[in-house]
Design a binder for this molecule. Structure first.
Ligand code: GLU
Length: 276
């Protein structure tokens, strides 16, 4: 009985793995006879998705590893792919990646091109300013200021749609914006609070910047999928299991430690939405 249950679970995981990557695996033949899964993450967002030498670290990475394992992919079967904000839909549409865990907000506009499992976290858009700046306290104090955000992000879209008096400078990644903030080329950086907190807390940036702490959006982090993907329900099950097991909280704590960041407790942990 016990044995057959275990093999049934293993068979389910194998089926999910097959459904995720297509029958031949994701094409990334490792030469060791095992299928691999290609996962898109950020490489430049400390605490979330960060490439540290040969290691990949952060909360998005932990959730991705947990979900992959539940779908039948051990850690050494994961191929990590850089997924900058502007490239995420294309990476999924062209099947260059199987899943994306990259601070990727679920939006109706994105659902035109891709599908989402989750959410597995809810953040909020905020502002990062120089430590000595007292003039910027929220989005309504930005008129005439220069603001930096990232191409293809909900953060940039929100500013250009809702705050037309603000001069928006777009970069490829948020770390690029921080360089401009330090040298005075811009006055503030905007994106999700958890991303800003992670960037501001790195040894190189410590003491230079502060997160304003006045959020003005709800960013539900989903798992990006190709529209043909059939594993959404399995991914949601894995997310729920990670939350219920305590691993979700443990990872979130470890990855935000020392940043001064506290997640919005009213919105976290979220319940995954039903799959389409
Ligand atoms: N969560 C927002 C988005 O998906 C901003 C962060 C990002 O660019 O990854 O656009």
């Amino acid at each position: 009985m016990r044995k057959s249950r275990i093999s049934a679970v293993a068979a389910m995981a194998a089926a999910a793995a097959l459904a995720l990557t297509g029958c031949g695996g994701s094409g990334g033949d490792t030469g060791d006879g095992g299928d691999t899964v290609k996962i898109g993450i950020k490489f430049d967002q400390p605490g979330l998705g960060f490439k540290d030498g040969e290691a990949y670290k952060g909360f998005d990475v932990d959730v991705a590893k947990y979900v992959a394992k539940e779908l039948g992919f051990a850690e050494d079967k994961i191929e990590w792919v850089s997924a900058p904000s502007a490239n995420r839909e294309t990476l999924l549409e062209t099947k260059q990646v199987d899943m994306i865990f990259a601070t990727y907000s679920i939006t109706d506009a994105r659902k035109e091109r891709v599908a989402f499992a989750g959410p597995y976290f809810v953040a909020g858009q905020d502002l990062l300013v120089r430590q000595d700046d007292t003039s910027i306290t929220g989005p309504d104090t930005l008129t005439g200021k220069k603001l930096c955000s990232v191409t293809g992000s909900t953060s940039a879209k929100k500013v250009s749609d809702s705050y037309p008096g603000v001069a928006l400078v777009e970069q490829g990644g948020y770390a690029d914006c921080l360089g401009l903030l330090e040298t005075g080329g811009i006055d503030a950086v905007t994106t999700d609070d958890i991303i800003l907190a992670g960037l501001a807390a790195t040894p190189a940036n410590k003491g230079k910047f502060k997160v304003v702490g006045n959020t003005f959006s709800e960013e539900k982090y989903g798992v990006g999928l190709n529209k043909e993907n059939t594993t959404c329900a399995d991914i949601n099950k894995a997310i729920t299991k990670m939350i219920d097991s305590g691993e979700w909280e443990k990872s979130l704590k470890a990855n935000t430690e020392g940043t001064g960041y506290t997640p919005n407790a009213k919105l976290n942990p979220p319940t995954p939405e039903p799959c389409a």
